[in-house]
Write a protein that binds this ligand. Structure first.
Ligand code: PMP
Length: 396
């Protein structure tokens, strides 16, 4: 334990130590969190559509708790496969216009489970360098070859596809919207490459599900590519405001996962109340298009205000707005100053992002008003001036 304590101290000196911060929800103030006794504008949760405190979802969960109980009691292979699971999966497949769907306990387990089921020794997984940690961990656990391509660099991917063209199974995996940079994957080009090289394509729609597409199906749908994506994965913990994850695709894919995905096989089914909450949330995600419109307006206003204030906020227009700071210590001081100004947003530091690209990651929600965001941007500008952070002092 002494060794661990010393290493933690070294992390602390490098402004890289992580702490768990207390935050509580405020029932009548969507878009805010309570820290200590202060209400902070919440610019860091992934509750993109403002559904996490929706009363209809909470009521569906409460009703299920009272009738079905607190826990599933076993995995879905034993006695945990209550009827609402099948109904939800049918609704998900219909929503996505795919043959079948499968619910997982969360996005992390879905990624680890799917990649572990589809790739093993003798195969290769091509993965964008900025993909989420759950994808990286899924590849490591599967013991497959990991061919990491430079972020959104299709020429590098092509080079690697050529290099590994003789491998048994080839899987290309990408986030649809990258979680720390907020930019979009080049899905059209990925589809062309997967066809050319006979690979499978898996897209993680964690940060795009609910946001893009007429009914919130995701970026693949928005681009008309839904039938070209072999494995569509999404979470219920972000836009849906609940918890859990899903995979959609062909009947064969889902039957394969039921037989091979270890996180599904060796873990207890989600509590029935969570499944009930997801089902209610799905109805709202599909039909309440105004939430997507509000989110998109909020993102545009916030991003353009920060650009006007002279910050580097990345290149793409999504609800994830990274404010590049550069060094760890300054990013940490920036997030502390934000909290003092009534804004909750965390400093993201290596190893989550590459060295020298520490940042404040802002995420927006349909709960935020344009005025709140303009005011927040003005306060952020003041902090940037005080700390000497501007577009000219950090990388891309
Ligand atoms: N994929 C991506 C791109 C994510 O950002 C996350 C969550 N941060 C996950 C998967 C994991 O999802 P969950 O939180 O449901 O485990």
């Amino acid at each position: 334990m002494d060794g661990l304590a010393n290493e933690l101290e070294a992390l602390n000196r490098a402004s890289s130590v992580r702490r768990l911060l207390d935050s509580a929800s405020i029932p009548d103030r969507p878009g805010y969190i309570l820290r200590g006794n202060r209400a902070l504008l919440d610019l860091c949760s992934n509750d993109y559509l403002g559904l996490a405190r929706h009363s209809a979802i909470a009521e569906a969960m409460r009703d299920s708790l009272l009738t079905e109980g607190a826990g599933a009691g076993a995995s879905r292979y034993v006695t945990g496969n209550f009827p609402s699971y099948g109904l939800l999966e049918k609704a998900l497949a219909e929503w996505q216009n795919r043959e079948a769907a499968l619910v997982f306990a969360n996005g992390y387990m879905a990624n680890v489970g799917v990649i572990g089921a589809l790739a093993s020794r003798g195969d290769v997984v091509f993965s964008d360098r900025f993909n989420h940690a759950s994808i990286v961990d899924g590849i490591a656990i599967s013991r497959t070859e990991h061919a990491r391509y430079r972020h959104n660099d299709m020429e590098h991917l092509r080079f690697l596809l050529n290099k590994y063209r003789d491998k048994r199974r080839k899987l290309i995996v990408t986030d649809a919207v990258f979680s720390m940079d907020g930019d979009r994957a080049r899905l059209t080009e990925l589809v062309a490459l997967k066809m050319e090289y006979g690979a499978m394509l898996m897209v993680d729609e964690a940060h795009s599900g609910g946001i893009y597409g007429q009914r919130g199906e995701g970026l693949g749908h928005e681009l008309g590519l839904e039938n070209d994506v072999d494995i569509h994965m999404g979470t219920f913990s972000k836009s849906f405001g609940v918890y859990g994850a899903y995979v959609c695709g062909s009947n064969t894919l889902i039957r394969w996962l039921v037989n091979k995905a270890r996180p599904l096989m060796y873990s207890t089914a989600l509590p029935p109340s969570v499944v009930a909450g997801i089902a209610k949330s799905l109805e709202l995600v599909r039909t309440e298009h105004w939430r997507r419109e509000r989110l998109s307006a909020a993102s545009r206003v916030f991003r353009s205000s920060l650009i006007e204030a002279g910050f580097n906020v990345g290149s793409d227009d999504t609800p994830i707005v990274p404010l590049l700071v550069g060094d760890n210590d300054r990013a940490l001081r920036f997030s502390i100053a934000l909290e003092e100004e009534g804004i909750a947003a965390v400093a993201i530091r290596p190893p989550t992002v590459p060295a020298g690209t520490a940042r404040i990651r802002f995420t927006l929600s349909a709960s935020h008003t344009v005025n709140e965001l303009k005011e927040a941007a003005a306060r952020i500008r003041g902090i940037g001036l005080r700390l000497g952070v501007s577009d000219s002092c950090n990388g891309s």
